[in-house]
Structure formats: C-alpha cells, structure tokens
Design a protein around this ligand. Structure first.
Ligand SMILES: Nc1ncnc2c1ncn2[C@@H]1O[C@H](COP(=O)(O)OP(=O)(O)OP(=O)(O)O)[C@@H](O)[C@H]1O
Length: 276
C-alpha cells in the first residue's frame, strides 16, 4: 500500500506539479506526480536507482517533454520562452563531463548569459556576481584553470557556481554531492540550505538518506516512477516505506549529536516480511 503525505500549498509557491508524467522511448518513466515546493524550501528527491528521480528533475527543468502541468511562480513551464526559463531555473546535471576547453570563470559567466542584454557583453555587476558565486562555492582558486582538466568533484562544484551565478528562482541539483568528499558534501548542502533561506526554492536529488534527513525540509520518495511519500523526514523515512521503496529492512534512529534521523540498512527483504 502506498502512503501519500502532502503538505499544505502556501501562498509563495514557486513550483507546482499537477499530474506530471514522462514517457520516453516507448516507456512511461514518471507517473502522475503532484506536489509543490515553496520559496525558501529545500526538497530532497530520494528513491532507488531507476526510480525516475533524474527524469522528474529533467521534466521540471523543461529539458524533456512531460504531460500534466508544471507551473513556476504560477506560470506554465510549457510556453515559457527559453531565455525567461534560463533566468528562472538553474540545473546542475548528474554528469558534468565537458568536451570544451573554457576556463572556470568562463563557465561560471555562462550563468549570467540569460541576464545579459541581447547582443550585449558582460557588465561589472556580472563579473562581481561571478566572483561571488565562485567564492561561495569554493572554486575561486580554480578561476583561470581549464574545466577540461579538473577532477570530477571540482567540475561538479564549478557547475554549481554557474547555477549560483544564474541567480534563479528554482535551483535543481541532480546528485550534487556524488563526486564530493565528506567536507565538500557538507559545504555544498550548507550552501544549498543557505540559498533556500535567502529565498530560492531548491530541489535536489540525493542518495544519502542521512544527509537528506539532515538538510531537507521535505523528502519526496519515488519508486517505480511514482511518488510513494511526500513530507518531512520522520513521515517518509519509516521502516515500512524504506522496505517498499528500497527492498531493505532498515533501522531508523535519531542521531544523538545532530538530532536528525539516520537510516541503517540491516538486510534485504521483501515488502511482505517488512510489514509482518
Ligand atoms: N531516454 C530514455 N529513454 C528510455 N528510458 C530511459 C531514458 N532515460 C532514462 N530511462 C529509464 O528511466 C528510468 C528512470 O531513470 P532515472 O535516471 O530517472 O532514474 P533515477 O531515479 O535518477 O536513477 P539513479 O538513482 O540510478 O540515477 C530508468 O529505468 C532508466 O533506464
């Protein structure tokens, strides 16, 4: 049985999804997702491999066709011009492999392109915003290096700096910590939370459930293309839902130092035995 715990829609809704579905390559990958996210909120999309997390994020970003309604600030995504979309949504994809030889500063400056006057060049304010984004993400020391010769983790941070420089309303991060060491994972999630508190709406895909519980205001648990649960960590990270989504028997405890939930997978199980 699935559980759906929805939070109330607040006035300052940034993102609304109503019955969103995605069909690609003849397969239905995402089914009937309905939820919303608000200004100042940090949402984590969690779920097993192949659940449809990246597909959902790509649909929200307008990168792939979807059915149903995606509204940003109350306006339909469908029909929003490319330039307006780029001023509103910044996306950091799962893979940041590049086939070009730009410097880090050039790539972060690309985040300003949607804001430049048509046929105009960068202004002092754009350069200031780019410098600030590189500093906040911790890549200022790489500014003159070629992105083609960075490590995977360094590249992931540069793409995040580009997204920060874009100054969007909605920031979509697909596994932003996957290539990062422990310290950088916390730094990036601290920054994501700070950006949310400054008024952005941040939606990120995370595999680490402990970090999701620690940083996100709400978790969206996906399984098999569907939204299995939507709510705060203590309503979503339950043994029954973890068994249903991930096929594991899990212990959910409260970390004595942090006060947030931690999940330990104890054994692989069938859903039936988890519910006994
Ligand atoms: N272009 C495509 N055409 C057909 N199927 C696709 C396409 N892209 C992804 N899929 C399939 O859609 C399903 C969901 O993929 P998606 O990448 O959204 O999952 P995910 O939850 O992000 O997984 P992971 O945690 O492994 O990154 C998978 O079964 C995948 O094989």
């Amino acid at each position: 049985m699935t559980t759906l715990v929805r939070t109330a829609i607040a006035a300052e809704t940034t993102l609304s999804l109503a019955g969103v579905g995605v069909r690609l390559g003849g397969r239905r990958l995402v089914h009937d997702i309905t939820t919303s996210a608000h200004q100042g909120e940090l949402l984590a999309v969690i779920g097993p491999n192949g659940a449809g997390k990246s597909t959902l994020v790509r649909a929200i970003a307008g990168l792939i066709p979807s059915s149903g309604d995606v509204l940003i600030d109350g306006r339909p995504l469908a029909g929003t011009g490319v330039r307006q979309l780029a001023r509103t949504i910044a996306t950091v994809p799962q893979s940041t492999v590049v086939g070009f030889d730009f410097t880090v500063r050039d790539v972060v400056m690309m985040g300003r392109h949607p804001h430049l006057p048509r046929f105009g060049s960068e202004r002092p304010d754009d350069r200031r915003i780019v410098d600030e984004a590189m500093r906040r993400v911790g890549v200022a020391h790489l500014a003159d290096r070629s992105v083609a010769r960075l490590s995977g983790g360094e590249r992931q941070l540069v793409w995040l700096a580009k997204a920060v420089a874009q100054r969007p309303r909605l920031l979509l991060l697909d596994e932003p910590t996957s290539a990062l060491d422990l310290g950088h994972q916390l730094a990036v999630l601290d920054l994501a939370r700070a950006l949310a508190r400054e008024g952005l709406c941040v939606v990120l895909v995370l595999h680490d459930l402990d970090l999701a519980a620690r940083y996100a205001d709400r978790l969206l648990l996906m399984h098999d293309g569907r939204l299995l649960a939507d709510g705060p960590a203590d309503q979503v990270l339950t043994p029954a839902l973890l068994a249903e989504a991930f096929g594991v028997r899990a212990a959910v405890r409260r970390d004595p130092d942090l006060g947030t939930l931690t999940v330990t997978a104890l054994a692989a199980v069938t859903t039936a035995s988890a519910n006994e």
